[in-house]
Design a protein around this ligand. Structure first.
Ligand code: 13P
Ligand code: SF4
Length: 305
């Protein structure tokens, strides 16, 4: 506890000295969320990264998030405190295999989940996050076929919600969310019969079908805050429980399963944030030719209301 307090104080001082802003995803460790200037979902974090006038962005999340910040803010230093914090789903598609698939689908619009590398974004037409995937799909003319990459679960969900039959999905998935089974959720429901089930669309379709609320992490936080309900079963990464408990005192939140842990999201520690601010490393940069093409996909996404 003493160590957390001391490190957090030192991080705050370094942050002032280096004119840095700390952004944290809601799946990060509680002590990381506590030192952040802003905690949010992928969409909110992209917006913050685009808007900030800080000179340094310390991104407490995974590699593709820091890369998106570097694409949106090329004049800023972007630090990813744990350089090996990646996203296995983002690694399920690369630029070369995407180009091969595009050749088989002439005229298709490529919608890439923000959980992709800069190279893949550069090969795509528009990005999306789980918070705006349905709106992004709806923004595409109905007669254009869509290739949705890489998350098959989010793609299937967005196609259903937007009523689009001409949407093809890549066969990627999040191996944290995809672990959650119908049996896990049934068990949680038996233990907490009055609780509202909230699921992230990265979960399998059969799990999503059991949920009363299907939403991105920010959507779940908003719903729980505004709802008259008092108990919730949470089908997403457990880091979000810290925000639920902070923002919704008096309400109860039960994880659908204790296996909902993303090891990459947990790789960032206070020690690593501290070291990153001292050394101004590890930095995430994107080659300019890729950046300008990837930026178009992100800007088109940010323009969708
Ligand atoms: P959101 O916060 O956008 O819902 O992201 C989910 C996720 O898995 C990020 O890696
Ligand atoms: Fe990737 Fe899933 Fe971890 Fe998000 S939770 S970073 S999608 S592996």
């Amino acid at each position: 506890m003493e160590k957390i307090k001391r490190l957090s104080e030192e991080i705050n001082q370094l942050k002032e000295q280096k004119k840095a802003i700390i952004l944290s995803h809601v799946y990060q460790r509680p002590e990381i969320q506590e030192i952040a200037d802003f905690v949010g979902d992928s969409l909110e974090l992209s917006r913050r990264a685009a808007e900030t006038d800080a000179e340094v962005i310390v991104f407490c999340g995974v590699h593709f998030m820091a890369e998106s910040a570097a694409i949106l803010s090329p004049d800023k230093i972007v630090l990813l405190p744990e350089k090996n914090a990646g996203c296995p789903m983002a690694d399920m598609v690369d630029a070369e295999s995407l180009r091969a698939r595009k050749n088989q689908m002439p005229g298709a619009v490529v919608v890439c989940y923000v959980n992709t590398s800069a190279e893949v974004k550069a090969e795509s037409d528009i990005a999306c996050t789980s918070a705006n995937a349905v709106r992004v799909v709806e923004s595409i003319p109905r007669d254009r076929p869509i290739l949705f990459i890489p998350d098959k679960n989010l793609g299937v969900y967005a196609a259903k919600k937007a009523g689009r039959e001409n949407l093809n999905v890549w066969q990627g998935f999040c191996n944290t969310h995809d672990k959650l089974t119908v049996t896990d959720v049934q068990k949680a429901r038996e233990e907490h019969p009055r609780a509202v089930i909230m699921a992230h669309p990265e979960c399998r379709p059969e799990v999503v079908a059991m949920a009363e609320v299907v939403a991105s992490t920010s959507g779940m936080l908003k719903f729980a805050g505004e709802s008259g309900d008092k108990e919730f079963i949470i089908c997403t990464e457990l880091g979000i429980l810290h925000q639920f408990e902070k923002r919704c005192p008096g309400k109860k939140f039960y994880p659908a399963s204790n296996k909902l842990v993303c090891p990459n999201m947990k790789a960032t520690t206070l020690d690593k944030v501290h070291q990153a601010l001292i050394n101004m490393e590890p930095r995430v940069t994107v080659p300019e030719d890729i950046r300008v093409r990837a930026l178009k996909s992100l800007e088109r996404m940010l323009a969708v209301k």
